[in-house]
Design a protein around this ligand. Sequence first.
Ligand SMILES: [Zn+2]
Length: 266
Amino acid sequence: MAHIKLKPSKEHIIKFNPNELDKIKYPPESLEYAKSYVESNRLAEHDEMDIMLLFPDRILFGFDYLDDKVKRVVVELNPVTIFFSNAVMCSGQLKYYKDLLLSQAPDVKAIGKGGEPVNLSHAGMYFQLAINCIINLQAALESFANRVIPDDYKFVGSDGKELASTVTLKLYNSIPAIKGRKFRPSKYRRYNSQIDNLIKLRNHIIHLKPNGLTNTGYKGVYRDLLNFDYYKAIESVRVFINFYEENLIEECPCGNDFSFIVGQDK
Ligand SMILES: [Zn+2]
């Protein structure tokens, strides 16, 4: 899969030529403020200002950052695209590391008959990427929901009682109510069930406690992490997000595939 385009947090398409702005006569107090801003260490929001970056066809938002003594401007990215891109980049080498882990994991019949010992780093390489992929996919969904749902939104059930704001409630109740469309018709059923599996697995990873004296409660989750279909989950999250915000998740047309590589001990 080609890498994901990272998008700005907010953009406005403009219908004028920014060069025209050079012809405007700015009020003296604006020029004075601009001079004092540039020469001081003060960040813009200290003066309740925002930073907008003007491009030939659009305006993007950014922020200023004091890098030692130099005030620099950085563009603000949409975190949904960062999380989603992280998940895609974690998935790139998953098949390779899964094959490595399983091909080197001892056959129970061979145990005690010499051969390679169990390799902790093979397990580490696969499970780090697998867990990163799941956590980031869920984060993409949850941060998308939080961008859509206003701060003062009340989560209430059909009986009018206030509900805890779970990610499932946000995705399947609040977003459809706010956007006026439901991601529930039958053609999306398989995506819904992949998203449900993703959320369940993510919750198992985070909430799991080691239990029992002689063994742990982790084995089911680790087996699930080996069986999980990461590529279908990525596709489902992409379809869900783009259903509510067209083309937010896009592959880059350059077609390059970037993957996180974890260090490899033998
Ligand atoms: Zn590219």
